[in-house]
Design a protein around this ligand. Structure first.
Ligand SMILES: C[S@@+](CC[C@H](N)C(=O)[O-])C[C@H]1O[C@@H](n2cnc3c(N)ncnc32)[C@H](O)[C@@H]1O
Length: 267
């Protein structure tokens, strides 16, 4: 378990106190999201469990858009929370709220998530060992999954590499029309965050992923994730927000693989 500073430990203790309440106010929920420390009682590094900083989650919600949503690997609900409230205060205020489903493997995180975002349906499950199709179709899948070679219990439908995030996006493409994800910059097709200007720079990991799945990961509205780099707890990752239009892909089950050479030439 990671060492906490006195300030962090005291804020975490306050978050625990708040979680004793039956119902939390908006501000209390936000306090819990920002201060309940994923490393306090869990070995979160091995599990790749680093929660999204608030500013990044707020920006992410712009790219996530609207409609029935599934958050795969939801943690305590940072992304889902800001997607929900952005919709509530924005264009869906007078419309019935579309359902948000949060799936998370760690029961302690799910327990906190249920207090932070009771508006969502929480399912404690492994995304690789759960019949996601049984939940019906989603307009959008969102995730900040564990990255890279983090241990998994299962495979994706098409992708066969080593990156957890690529397996997860492959899974998501079968159940949602669109996807918005936080992934390592090294797995993206481009660099935008922390560089002078947008650059197409598909990594070997991205080329393998897109060849095997037919999925293209595009930049969203242009969030420079590097400005939040120091606000993660315990790490300072270089990440990008990527968006995919899964509707675009012909015949999902038998998607034609893309040739990486052609892909490179088209950039
Ligand atoms: C990087 S954290 C992000 C959490 C949250 N989405 C956020 O943005 O703050 C990844 C989360 O995925 C969860 N996780 C890891 N493997 C999983 C799996 N196979 N199924 C469901 N959740 C998983 C971890 O417990 C952790 O909470």
């Amino acid at each position: 378990m990671a060492k906490q500073t006195k300030v962090e430990a005291s804020a975490h203790a306050r978050a625990l106190e708040l979680l004793e309440k039956a119902v939390l106010t908006y501000d209390e929920r936000l306090f819990v999201l920002e201060n309940w420390n994923e490393a306090a009682n869990h070995i979160n590094g091995v599990a790749g469990a680093f929660f999204t900083p608030t500013g990044l989650a707020v920006d992410f919600a712009i790219d996530a858009g609207g409609g029935r949503t599934i958050d795969l690997c939801a943690g305590i609900g940072s992304l889902a929370f800001h997607v929900h409230w952005r919709r509530f205060y924005g264009w869906e205020r007078n419309a019935p709220s579309p359902e948000i489903v949060c799936i998370e493997i760690n029961p302690a995180y799910v327990e906190v998530g249920r207090k932070v975002l009771p508006e969502a349906r929480w399912i404690c499950a492994d995304v690789f060992d759960f019949d996601l199709a049984s939940l019906g179709r989603f307009r959008v899948a969102i995730a900040n999954p564990p990255f890279g070679a983090t241990a998994r219990t299962g495979e994706g439908p098409r992708y066969t590499g080593r990156a957890f995030e690529s397996y997860l996006i492959d899974l998501a493409s079968d159940i949602a029309d669109h996807g918005t994800f936080i992934i390592p910059q090294a797995s993206a097709r481009f660099q935008y965050s922390g560089v002078q200007c947008y650059r197409e720079r598909p990594s070997a990991e991205y080329l393998k992923f897109t060849q095997q799945t037919g999925i293209h990961l595009e930049a969203g509205c242009g969030v420079d994730c590097s400005i939040y780099r120091d606000q993660w707890r315990g790490i300072a990752p270089s990440v990008e927000i990527v968006c995919a239009n899964f509707e675009d892909m012909p015949g999902k089950a038998c998607r034609a693989p893309t040739d990486p050479e052609t892909e490179l030439r088209s950039l």
